[in-house]
Design a protein around this ligand. Structure first.
Ligand code: PHE
Length: 342
């Protein structure tokens, strides 16, 4: 046993001399002190010795282990110092090189649209609120009067976490949260991200942005809603901008309408081949309508006293319309060349 210990020590000494860099040294350390290393194996084999030999051999083996641990640590220190001295001697820094310019970002065009609209709505006395992206089925559908068989409830349309929780597919659940906690008069807008299981194409991305508007007071009528929509469009597109209202259906508004603006890609001229308006000359930007009496009631507001209107602006498309952007994918790619144009 003693011979074995002595020859192992001699071998480690030779190997240490040959280790020229930190990687060599680590290989050596593992082969000697690692789980299956030679010293580790030696220590394990002690148990097979007769008891009288074991004490002495054990002591020698432990000493060998302590010596090897120290010797390897010393060698590591030496190699590190040598490598540092080398790099100081051979490398130099050229202080005359021009500095690296830090690229500074800009506001995302959708944020700019949101800020522009928020400024308008603040001037009109609205409060700006944000709501949770993860919503309950109750706030996203049930309280909004959505029938059990409504297609948007389907798993193919909406991202569900469970039977009760989902990624909101519109900002309308905030209508419920606000009406349940605030008494009329209510004037709010809710900007934020919304999610649907849509295939990506020239007008759809699975995440997109909306801005919900809600006004509830005594004597609110459809004329107020139309006036507000025109004000928004004129603010963004100037006095000539045109909108078109189409009768529509939403479970939480009655009557309901969809708001279109003239196609921002083909300007209603080359309609046939247009990817954006698919030949119609118009692009859908909003859903809106008068708050359904049942929804007011669900929130504890008396529909015989109060009425209201609501709208859900698609702010990605609105931004596309403002800047003439024809592919909504660009909003989500974080391409600085694209973003820095705005
Ligand atoms: N939440 C509707 C949608 O996302 C839009 C809408 C909002 C319609 C408010 C009416 C009133 O399609």
């Amino acid at each position: 046993m003693t011979e074995k210990i002595i020859s192992l020590r001699t071998k480690i000494e030779t190997d240490l001399k040959q280790a020229t860099d930190l990687a060599d040294l680590e290989t050596l350390r593992v082969s000697v002190l690692g789980k299956k290393g030679e010293i580790t194996n030696l220590l394990k084999s002690l148990s097979q010795l007769p008891p009288d030999e074991r004490r002495q051999a054990g002591q020698a083996a432990n000493e060998l282990r302590d010596w090897a641990t120290l010797a390897i640590a010393d060698a590591k220190g030496e190699i590190t110092a040598r490598e540092q001295a080398n790099s100081l001697a051979t490398e130099s820094i050229d202080v005359t090189l021009p500095g690296r310019r830090r690229t500074i970002g800009r506001h995302h065009p959708i944020s700019t649209t949101h800020t522009q609209l928020e400024n308008l709505f603040t001037r009109l006395g609205f409060s700006i609120l944000e709501g949770p992206h993860i919503e309950t089925v109750y706030h996203n559908f049930d309280a909004l009067n959505s029938p059990q068989n409504h297609p948007s409830r389907d798993e193919t349309d909406t991202f569900y976490f469970s039977d009760e929780l989902l990624l909101r597919c519109h900002t309308s659940p905030m209508q419920i949260r606000v009406m349940k906690t605030q008494a009329p008069p209510i004037r709010i807008v809710v900007p934020g991200m919304t999610f649907r299981r849509d295939e990506i194409d020239a007008t759809h991305t699975p995440a997109f942005h909306q801005m919900e508007g809600l006004v509830v007071d005594k004597g609110i009528h459809f004329g107020n809603l139309k006036g507000m929509l025109e004000l928004i469009v004129k603010e963004l597109f100037g006095p000539e901008a045109q909108i078109r209202l189409r009768p529509s259906h939403f479970p939480f508004t009655e009557p309901s309408a969809e708001v279109d603006i003239t196609c921002y890609s083909c300007k209603a001229k080359t309609m046939e081949g247009c990817r954006v308006c698919k030949g119609s000359g118009w692009v859908e930007l909003w859903g809106c309508g008068m708050v359904h009496p049942q929804v007011l009631q669900n929130c504890g507001i008396d529909p015989t006293v109060y009425s209201g209107y609501a709208f859900g602006l698609g702010t990605d498309r609105l931004t596309s319309a403002v800047y003439g952007i024809t592919d909504p994918r660009l909003y989500f790619e974080n391409d600085m060349q694209f973003l820095c144009q705005f």
